[in-house]
Design a protein. Structure first.
Length: 179
């Protein structure tokens, strides 16, 4: 087995910790959605809808394909959380507008997210500000990026992780094939 430097070991520990935090956040989001009886993506959509917003703009904010935004809009309407209305400046454009029930649920969800946030539970305000600065030094916030919709990639990643290690992947590493 290869010997790693202390710096490499530290970076591997950071990777493990970040992975653990990511897994916790995903699990918290799934549990929260289940407790409210809504799909997970509805939480993100509600968070993005501060004011009436063109569906195209919501898609850009959520980094999703327009066809997926149509599904999100359908779901929001199905649950009575938002309605589509024509944009007053361009009647060809459809905007999503939160209903009173949608605005109320958005507030309840955001309160619950804030109370469950691991950094809120474990860190002081000053430590949280430092954490945010460190995160921004490594990566821009999701809201500031132009990434594609992560849904397909995440689904593929999770499916691949659940699949057994293939023979091709273990050809160079016989010990991995035995585990």
């Amino acid at each position: 087995m290869r010997t790693r430097s202390d710096e490499d070991l530290l970076d591997l520990e950071i990777l493990d910790a970040v992975g653990g935090l990511f897994a916790r956040l995903v699990a918290e989001g799934e549990a929260l959605a289940k407790s409210f009886g809504i799909p997970v993506f509805v939480i993100k959509a509600l968070h993005m809808l501060d004011t009436p917003l063109a569906m195209k703009d919501l898609g850009q904010r959520m980094h999703c394909d327009p066809s997926f935004i149509t599904s999100i809009a359908d779901t929001l309407e199905k649950y009575g959380l938002a309605v589509r209305e024509p944009d007053p400046g361009d009647r060809r454009v459809k905007r999503l507008v939160l209903t009173p029930a949608g605005a109320e649920l958005k507030g309840r969800i955001e309160d619950e997210v804030l109370s469950r946030a691991p950094w809120h539970q474990a860190l002081t305000t000053q430590q949280r500000a430092s954490l945010l600065a460190l995160l921004h030094a490594m990566s821009p916030p999701l809201s500031a990026t132009e990434a594609d919709c992560p849904a397909e990639e995440v689904s593929k990643l999770l499916a691949d992780a659940a699949a057994p290690i293939s023979a091709a992947a273990t050809a160079d590493y016989p010990a991995a094939a035995q585990s």
